[in-house]
Design a binder for this molecule. Structure first.
Ligand code: 1CP
Length: 341
């Protein structure tokens, strides 16, 4: 496939780029009035995710409107628990909710290992989006990391502490490993399916890495992330573990191409810990985009200089907040695109 703009793929592979590429986590979503319009036509979030034409439309919106260097397929990490046997609902203004959760051994035994076909609507959305993008920018596929998916399957919703999921690790570690392995196998099938459908690169989101201790993170998270990295060979692969500053050195040893960083980590220190063989992605605090334009420009340029000209993909340190001003978000993107070393 020839791309009109493949900066992000080259940056991920450590090749030379004319400028730093940029995209934003949660770039398709409520900051765009155009998204809210499509969303309002639908019965709910799930219907949008499960209807390839609409998922495709909102995936491409940020490419047209914000000018980002990649699209990310519009879906959610929670499609995996659903494909394994735990359906989710997205409750308006509240977030995800699972009617059934995992409590005992029989619940784990009842979980099936998902196949790519179970998520045919995501594969259809990827195929359609690839066609509609026609090589303008690469398309990113994604999944949740096993620990984060496990946390939702035990907890049944979002949580500040994920204490039920952590209790499970302390009280039923063997069973936790069985479930984590099933999630890992499902995720490998799912990600390989996304590549076959046309995804040009992949990202794993470990959003709740930060509630685990370093030791637990090794045992219950990195072990499985490492299996997934080893299984994906054909496209650049990014691991983003939010608040996992304690694991940066070990993450440098994963067989992936890019490590995502949040804004709580020092850039130079991260480079030293992770090494020069990985691309780094991030790591602006999304709240910077509440500041005035001159402050956004100053801090964005400071970030670009700290990462340097090689092996950097500009992004925020986590997803955009829905109340951010679209013009300021675009200003961040433009500031990156105009900067030259
Ligand atoms: O209708 C809406 O606008 C609901 C908000 C929303 C959106 C836009 C949810 C509910 N999910 C999504 C889409 C989504 N989710 C994408 C789309 C592509 C893009 O980035 O533009 C992606 C990549 C995700 C991934 C996701 N879902 C993560 C990992 C990234 C992160 O933010 O840490 C997580 C943790 C989820 C679960 C989820 N889905 C939605 C919410 C509100 C949550 C978080 C719930 C919680 O607080 O625990």
């Amino acid at each position: 496939m020839t791309f009109k703009n493949d900066l992000i793929l080259r940056a991920a592979r450590g090749e030379k780029v004319e400028r730093t590429p940029v995209w934003l986590m949660r770039q398709a979503g409520r900051i765009l009035p155009e998204y809210r319009e499509v969303r309002a036509k639908m019965g709910g979030f799930k219907e949008l995710v499960e209807t390839p034409e609409f998922a495709c439309e909102v995936t491409i919106q940020p490419v047209d409107i914000l000018g980002v260097d990649a699209a990310i397929i519009f879906s959610d990490i929670l499609v995996i628990p659903e494909a394994m046997g735990l359906p989710y609902q997205m409750v308006e203004a509240k977030g995800p909710w699972f009617e059934k959760t995992i409590k005992v051994a029989a619940d784990v035994a009842n979980m099936r290992i998902a196949q790519a076909d179970d998520l045919h609507y995501v594969m259809d959305a990827i195929r359609l989006t690839k066609k509609e993008l026609a090589g303008r920018v690469p398309l990113i596929g994604f999944a949740g990391a096993p620990w984060t998916i496990f946390a939702y399957m035990i907890e049944g919703s979002g949580s500040k502490t994920f204490s039920k999921a952590k209790r499970f690790l302390y009280t039923q570690p063997e069973l936790a490993h069985q479930l984590l392995q099933k999630i890992t196998d499902s995720t490998i099938h799912y990600l390989k399916g996304q590549v076959l459908a046309g995804a040009d690169m992949l990202q794993l989101f470990d959003s709740w890495a930060g509630v685990l201790s370093p030791e637990q993170y090794n045992e219950f998270a990195l072990k499985y992330i490492s299996q997934i990295c080893d299984a994906i060979k054909d496209v650049p692969f990014t691991v983003f573990a939010k608040d996992a500053h304690f694991a940066r050195k070990q993450m440098g040893m994963l067989s992936c191409d890019t490590i995502g960083l949040d804004w709580t980590t020092d850039i130079e220190e991260s480079r030293a810990l992770i090494g020069n063989t990985k691309t780094l992605q991030g790591n602006m605090d999304p709240c910077l985009l509440y500041a005035d334009y001159s402050k956004i420009k100053l801090e964005t340029q400071k970030m670009l200089k700290a990462f340097g000209p090689h092996r950097h993909i500009a992004n925020l340190g986590h997803g955009l907040y829905p109340d951010l001003d679209k013009d300021k978000v675009k200003y961040f993107v433009d500031t990156v695109k105009e900067f030259r070393f």
